[in-house]
Ligand binder design. Sequence first.
Ligand code: URA
Length: 213
Amino acid sequence: MRTHVVDHPLIAHKLTALRDQVTDSPTFRRLADELVTLLAYEATRDVRVEEVSIHTPVAPAQGVRLASPKPLVVPILRAGLGMLDGMVRLLPTAEVGFLGMIRNEETLEASTYAERLPEDLSGRQCYVLDPMLATGGTLAAAIRFLTDRGADHITAICLLVAPEGCARLEEDLSDLDIPVTVVTGAMDEKLNEKGYIVPGLGDAGDRLYGVVH
Ligand code: URA
């Protein structure tokens, strides 16, 4: 597994505003959206393309287009939904599948509660959207779900990651012999006793969509 922390002043600037506790939900949603588009630019560096011949108004030319099967974008519900628009803006022809994962707040273990994905993902490149890679349990379970269906190239885009989550992902997925990459805006310091990323930004789902009681 490869973790790529995208080092760019615009990303650092937007992440700082995103983290700030005085940032309201509408601004948080806009910043998350903009950050995903910037991260997606890096994350799609290996997206598969095929050569095509076209004619410009001036001359014939060779170019590329996204190869088939098209990439699959998979936001992890709920917070990953806040990253979807920013991703498909860059990859408008990608297909979108949904995976609902919930974390048990006591055991911190993840389980699937909803799924809308093609049965056969053979040969598909998948872009998993999850804003916070904290313990790593949710993302590891989501990636396993996709590879069990045949996905052969996984890139996770996370706004923030914790070192503990990266280590867990590395360990849980060590048997996979396909490329798995995590692209993120920052590697934070640690997790606290409640499994929150420190300094982090709090609960990404709550900050995007409000607290559900
Ligand atoms: N999920 C969040 O939304 N925030 C964290 O800090 C950890 C997990």
